[in-house]
Design a protein around this ligand. Structure first.
Ligand code: EPU
Length: 449
């Protein structure tokens, strides 16, 4: 086990490079299953979830190697994959560690017409339904049991049924990133035309479509509400670079605004951060956008205001940024309100911020109110466990602001999605280090207190 030890109070200065997008990589790597040749994927983030996906692909028979020893550049040969059934103890353990193992269902179904994948896991802030995924598999001719909280531990099995319809329309009630990407994966090699309505528009959805398009897929409209796919028989090998991670960029921007300082983030697509940048500008933090980088500055003498945030599907403010903003807004001079509209419960970390002295409360699970702290008061260091990926990032930011020392346990949860967070923050001047510990038993979970 490892924990982070943060001594707060240092401003952040300098330049860091943003890694490739976690949520794009986790769909693009399994998409290679659909390819009839070898592919090269670059800009792969070196994070735990990607490591798991690589191991799952290897269990299926894919040959994966790094290029010139660089883990962000992978050569993937899917041609030896000859099973659509990912079974066994190791596969079950790995798939259960992350949500994105569900992309193997779409990709295997797309190649073989059937699939078996152990139940996905992932951040457990609330039950994450899969009915829209099941809708996709059934619409494209597969039979698949409902996936409910009760049978969540069972493998997901899609039995082969031939697609009979020339045109299939899948309309999602609510846009789902995962179900939209699974629909794309399952449909690109399926006979006929597939129309996806109320599709998710996140940059990673477009990135997956772009990757498949250069392999020869016929996909129109990714990034809009309606995606139209004409199935093709063959996908050729391709070399592709994954887009930068807009949530990682936003997380470091929140850290800079919270602590003060001046930082340039390179490898960014500023348009992907529009809704996040808009909020920084609202609260009075200076941002300069360049073609592929962003400069953020807050002088120590400058305060920033509170704001209202409602999380929404893209292009709205992303749910994956609300906890980092909440941590930052504990130091604002005005009141803030965050309404979480994507997930029913994603605010448990607020109790941790309160433990550090924040003037924050959760109203009816989805509304977070943050009031300014008493004049002259600051967050205080505390011993806390990372509750989930983004909640963990939030308490890192809180630790960077806080007076005294913050110890964060269960940091493997943070490392599922952030590449070298400690090295990147240290490079900017943060006092943060990783310490090996047998067990983090001196850190008591907030719910146990
Ligand atoms: N939903 C359903 N039924 C479904 C699927 C989703 O009702 O079958 C609902 C969910 O309950 C939620 C909404 O639709 O209210 C959106 O869920 P979505 O399917 O878009 O989420 P996801 O695909 O499971 C991905 C990211 C999450 C991110 C969400 C929303 C990956 C691997 N995960 O999850 O990322 O919060 O989209 O943008 O791409 C993270 O990175 O920390 C993270 C949790």
């Amino acid at each position: 086990m490892r924990k982070y030890i943060i001594k707060g109070g240092n401003p952040l200065y300098g330049k860091i490079e943003v890694s490739g997008s976690k949520n794009a990589a986790l769909a693009i790597l399994p998409a290679v299953i659909l390819c009839d040749q070898e592919c090269i994927v670059e800009g792969v983030p070196k994070i735990k979830d990607v490591g798991i996906m690589i191991e799952l692909l290897r269990l299926l028979g894919a040959k994966i190697s790094t290029i010139a020893g660089d883990e962000s550049r992978l050569r993937i040969d899917p041609t030896k994959i000859n099973t659509c059934r990912l079974t066994g103890k190791r596969a079950t353990e790995l798939a259960g560690e992350m949500r994105a193992s569900y992309y193997l269902l779409g990709a295997l179904m797309g190649r073989f017409g059937e699939a078996e994948v152990p139940s996905p896991g992932g951040c457990s802030f609330c039950f994450r339904p899969m009915d829209q995924h099941v809708k996709v598999f059934r619409a494209l001719g597969g039979t698949c049991d409902d996936i409910t909280e009760e049978n969540w531990q069972d493998p997901v099995i899609i039995e082969k049924v031939e697609r009979t319809k020339e045109k299939v329309t899948i309309a999602f009630g609510t846009p789902s990133v995962g179900a939209t990407m699974n629909a794309i994966l399952a449909a690109v090699k399926s006979n006929g035309k597939t129309v996806i309505k109320q599709a998710a528009k996140e940059p990673h959805v477009v990135d997956l479509a772009n990757f498949l398009a250069i392999m020869g897929a016929n996909i129109i409209g990714a990034g809009t509400d309606t995606i139209i796919i004409h199935g093709v028989e063959y996908l050729r090998g391709a070399t592709y670079t994954i887009i930068p991670d807009q949530i990682e960029a936003g997380t470091y921007m929140a850290a800079v605004a919270a602590t003060s300082g001046a930082v340039t983030l390179t490898n960014v697509i500023p348009q992907h951060l529009d809704s996040i940048i808009e909020k920084f500008i609202d609260i009075g933090v200076s941002i300069t956008e360049y073609s592929d980088s962003i400069y953020i500055e807050r002088k120590a003498s400058e305060t920033f205001k509170g704001c209202k945030i409602t999380t929404e599907a893209h292009p709205g403010f992303p749910t994956d940024m609300q906890s980092q903003f909440a941590a930052m807004l504990t130091s604002a001079v005005g009141e803030s309100e965050i309404v979480e509209h994507v997930w029913q419960q994603r605010a448990a970390y607020v109790r941790q911020l309160k433990k550090m002295g924040a003037n924050a409360e959760i109203l009816d699970k989805i509304v977070i109110k943050i009031k300014p702290m008493e004049k002259g008061k600051k967050l205080q260091g505390a011993k806390l466990n990372a509750l989930d990926l983004r909640a963990g990032a939030a308490i890192v930011i809180a630790g960077l602001i806080a007076e005294g020392t913050t110890e964060i346990g269960h940091v493997d949860i943070i490392e599922r999605g952030y590449e070298n967070m400690v090295a990147k923050l240290s490079k900017l001047g943060a006092n943060i280090k990783v310490v090996e510990c047998d067990i983090c038993d001196d850190i008591v979970d907030i719910d146990d207190q």
